[in-house]
Design a protein around this ligand. Sequence first.
Ligand code: NDP
Ligand code: HEM
Length: 503
Amino acid sequence: MSDKNRLTTTAGAPVPSNNTSATAGERGPVLLQDYQLVEKLAHQNRERIPERVVHAKGWGAQGTFRVTHDITQYTCADIFSKVGNECEILSRWSTVAGELGAADAERDVRGFSLKFYTNEGNWDVVGNNTPIFFVRDAFKFPDFIRTQKRHPKTNLRSPEAMFDFWAAQPESVHQVTILMSDRGIPVNPMHMHGYGSHTYSMWNKDGVRHWVKFHFRCQQPIQNYTNAEAEKLIGSTRESYQEDLYNAIEDGNFPRWELNIQVMPEAEAETCGFNPFDLTKVWPHGDYPLIPVGMLEFDRNPENYFQMVENAAFSPSNKVPGIGYSPDKMLQARVFSYADAHRYRLGTHYEALPANAPKAAAGLNHYHKDGTMRFFTNDFGNPDAYYEPNQYGGPVADPSVAEPPLRINGDADRYVQQESDADYVQPRKLYAEVLNDAERDRLHKNMAAAFGPCSRSVKDRWLAVLEKVHPDYAAGVRAADAASDSDVNAIPVSDETPTEAAE
Ligand code: NDP
Ligand code: HEM
């Protein structure tokens, strides 16, 4: 047998059998010294890693980003320094609430994560297919996610919990409207837009900062499933997104998105009439038009899904000089949360895994040493320079890449972002001006189907929120609820009287 084809142990020794256990006599028992059997079983027990706490179900692809327009007036990031610049990209699209084995075509927000492997290191945009989010303070994120996951007693998803929470957080109505609209079930990841959602910033070579929103405009038509279509599809396949995406790329139909930015001069944040750092609000296109920047094309399926997609670690903390954060409270929390999740989910040196290694970076020099997963050299070729400062020419920080000072003022305190009329303006515009009659009708029915199993008190509280968006919205959902038999399969809710806080 050739060495090339010969099965070996992980230590490289040839293996005599991979099918038959070594036993004492023909009928057993098994010998403990059959180390390869022990090894095989032990490895199987370690094949799963924790699924992502959110966005567990996902689909990925690799490709190239190419700069098509000059935005050097806004950013000094090297990737944008010249029209025609290119870099490799990795994307992972996902649903939020479902577990790793969830059906693909479920009504949910879709995650839209991107890793740009640039010369200056990895730049990640970890966004969604919606330009906004349900809440605007990170304190509320774990509670929000809890309402999307399973009830502790029934172990079922709980519409009661979802709408109870949303009714108490009326700023969520903008995102819930998008979720319950046609765009709540894209036919697959290739037919939806992507958004960075948060406000980020860019600074140019003169240190001038602009606030920026990222938009990934889908170059394929926007296509969605109705509830009925999705239910039928899930009955025949739960993996429709993986199938569609994988097959499209294998067939040479490469999905593309155009990167656009909206730009706001730094000082205008004080005068623009709304809080541009509120994640529940968009910047109107009329005031802040889309500026084209470049094209993303995905032309490769990962050779190994686990290695490139399950092991991928996207984080808003991965940014490059010329691109920065904003005061958005949610973004600030996310900058902490993702790397923390990666250390838990993937391990100490998760950045060295093939999906995450900064493969295009001009250099990789840091002082993190040792620890589990340290399967690469720990001295970057200079063993004496293992602390800093040192006299041995070890890596030193480069002040020229420092971000210009971020102007902030005010007293440190807990500032409640109170519900206000402004929370209803944008959902009202979406409902009354962007959607047409047929889309509004489906929105009413989708919402009624989703909250059908809820208690009367939750329904009434949620309808009161819709009323503030538009009376027709509340009336439409109320009528659709009355006409539907969606509470036939109602999940029992607690008999306890709702607390005052929930009323
Ligand atoms: P525009 O008329 O310029 O933009 C409307 C936007 O809404 C378009 O991007 C359109 O996407 C998108 N859209 C259409 N149907 C839906 C849907 N069911 N769910 C989510 N988005 C949808 O107006 P404005 O910029 O003034 O925004 C008006 C409202 O549109 C906002 O209040 C917000 O609710 C929504 N919106 C705004 C976005 C923004 O960044 N300004 C982005 C997305 C939504 P398409 O171009 O594919 O038709
Ligand atoms: C995944 C936290 C808000 C988009 C995750 C993960 C965590 C997390 C811990 C799992 C990461 C991993 O294991 O790799 C948070 C917190 C938030 C928040 C604390 C608010 C304070 C948001 C928002 C968006 C978003 C506002 C979109 C605009 C995503 C996406 C993923 C994800 C797309 C999947 C990443 C991937 O594909 O690997 N989030 N999140 N999250 N989150 Fe958030």
